[in-house]
Ligand binder design. Structure first.
Ligand SMILES: Cc1cc2nc3c(=O)[nH]c(=O)nc-3n(C[C@H](O)[C@H](O)[C@H](O)COP(=O)(O)OP(=O)(O)OC[C@H]3O[C@@H](n4cnc5c(N)ncnc54)[C@H](O)[C@@H]3O)c2cc1C
Length: 484
């Protein structure tokens, strides 16, 4: 059976996904947002659904840190920002009664700290900083550079690049074989201009400019989800992103079984069989269908030897790469820096420093440092205490007084988060062709999760939820019914 297109999934979802002939029993592996949404839709339609979750909480990468902070402060370890175009996320937030507030990224005072100088992205400030820009870049300002090197590039790829039901056309395919860095420098960007633009479109996605596919990046940049297209309607979940998965989990109650890591999935013509760990014992469970939402960064912990998966699926499970991201949080006794909603992109290993509590009343504040790529992997090998000290020393360079105001801190190393082991998928050269293989059901086994999204830059709650809708439709419309 042909795979539904994104437009078809959205149309069916918006009309309430009627006329589904669902299997009697389904086991969902993983209680991240995608697994929760699949289970929620199935449970509402009377299906016998069980969610097996390896950890002790629901939400996966929708994860809010509340400790060790004082005064009820909290910070996001994973997902945070929503745009009005996050159709599936907005649908469920409304349905579950979860509130929103303005995103931290709206109205930031954004500055650079490079070569030990502080400056802003406008033309005058760049000129005063005396950066070695190419002659034609000196009058552009960072916004002008983004226009010239990014917006002009994707405009030339219209309408293919923003098509809702997009495919890798011959025109787009050429960009899947080139890195982001190549595309930018071929268009005349100097290395300094690349450094200045990077935080505006890449740092957030953990991009590795020299290995990331330019096609995936351009698709993201051309979308309303790109930071370069941010507007005041961008939002975040009021009180912390974890309220979103918790709202799902409350409705699913005892259908979710925590601390039950699945270690084996098998299938034959009659059933799918799962083996999972339950308080030190191996247990088995059978179902008509299984939905695997485990990120492919952690899927190797499950044995699929007797699952009759295609060679292509095994291959893609091995090849897909995830971004490395580390976030470090420093609780400060007060806001000792002058900028409101401060955000600094630096050329220090600490990379990005921002006020992670711009909406909270204070006086205490949390400063967050976000590292990606090799910088993230470098701090990942430090002990938790070393990491805090290392980061605090660098924050002191940018914001003198940091040491005196520091009270406590913590960090999250996504590569080391059990059962997740990466931040989100980072498409490398040629990887766009792998995406349909990730999504494809194999007999009784279906695949949801942000990596199984239609978009190559899946790292997004709404794309994870879209993959859940696609999977529910697959389950109810008989896709994947040919048996192994
Ligand atoms: C640093 C960071 C920043 C982000 N920022 C944003 C943002 O601003 N906006 C946005 O929309 N999105 C953002 N995202 C992306 C967003 O968090 C994810 O796309 C989304 O939460 C993924 O949901 P999921 O269900 O696909 O996977 P996950 O949330 O990873 O859920 C998978 C679940 O499977 C469980 N599991 C794994 N293995 C097993 C096993 N063997 N047995 C049982 N259970 C298992 C895991 O414990 C986990 O709970 C960010 C992510 C990160 C890491």
């Amino acid at each position: 059976m042909r795979e539904a297109t994104p437009t078809e999934v959205r149309r069916d979802f918006d009309s309430g996904m009627p006329d589904l002939r669902l299997p009697r029993s389904v086991v969902v592996i993983g209680a991240g947002l995608s697994g929760l949404a699949v289970a929620y839709e199935l449970a509402n339609r009377g299906c016998d659904v069980t969610v097996l979750e390896a950890s002790g909480r629901a939400g996966g990468r929708a994860y809010t840190l509340r400790e060790p902070f004082a005064d009820g402060l909290h910070a996001e370890a994973g997902a945070m920002t929503l745009t009005p175009h996050c159709h599936y996320a907005m649908h469920y937030l409304r349905e579950l009664g979860v509130g929103l507030e303005t995103a931290d990224l709206v109205g930031t005072t954004f500055s650079y700290f490079m070569g030990s100088r502080l400056f802003t992205p406008d033309r005058e400030s760049l000129e005063q900083a005396g950066l070695p820009l190419a002659p034609h870049e000196k009058t552009l300002g960072v916004e002008g550079m983004i226009d010239r090197y990014v917006r002009d590039t994707y405009q030339a790829l219209q309408p293919d690049i923003t098509a809702p039901d997009w495919t890798v056309t011959p025109l787009l395919g050429r960009y899947d074989q080139r890195s982001v860095y190549e595309v930018l420098t071929d268009r005349g960007a100097s290395p300094v201009a690349v450094d200045l633009m990077e935080p505006h479109f890449l740092e957030m996605r953990g991009g590795d400019l020299k290995t990331a596919s330019a096609l995936s990046w351009l698709r993201h940049e051309a979308s309303p989800h790109s930071l370069t297209n941010a507007d005041p309607r961008w939002s975040k979940v009021k009180g912390g992103t974890d309220r979103f998965p918790q709202a799902f989990a409350e409705r699913l109650k005892d259908r979710i079984r925590y601390r039950k890591p699945v270690v084996r999935v098998a299938q034959d013509a009659e059933r799918a069989r799962l083996t999972f760990l339950d308080q030190g014992r191996l247990q088995t469970m059978e179902a008509e269908r299984v939905v695997v939402t485990v990120p492919f960064s952690a899927v190797r912990h499950i044995d699929f030897t007797d699952a009759a998966l295609s060679d292509a699926k095994h291959d893609v499970m091995r090849r897909v790469k995830y971004s490395s991201i580390v976030r470090v949080y420093l609780q400060m006794s007060s806001q000792f820096w002058p900028q409101r909603n401060a955000s600094f992109s630096t050329d220090l290993p600490v990379r990005w420093i921002r006020d992670a509590t711009p909406q909270l009343p204070g006086p205490r504040k949390i400063l967050e440092c976000l590292m990606t790529g090799w910088r993230a992997r470098a701090v990942a090998v430090m002990s938790a205490e070393e990491r805090l000290r290392f980061v605090l020393d660098q924050v002191e360079t940018v914001l003198p007084g940091a040491r005196d105001h520091y009270e406590t801190g913590t960090s999250v190393v996504w590569d080391q988060q059990p059962y997740i082991e990466g931040a989100y998928i980072l498409p490398e050269l040629g990887h766009s062709a792998l995406m349909p293989v990730i999504r494809r059901p194999e007999g009784r086994i279906h695949f949801a999760g942000d990596h199984a999204a239609f978009e190559p830059n899946g790292g997004s709650m709404t794309f994870a939820l879209e993959s859940a809708a696609r999977t529910v439709l697959e389950l109810g419309r008989g896709s994947g019914e040919q048996q192994p």
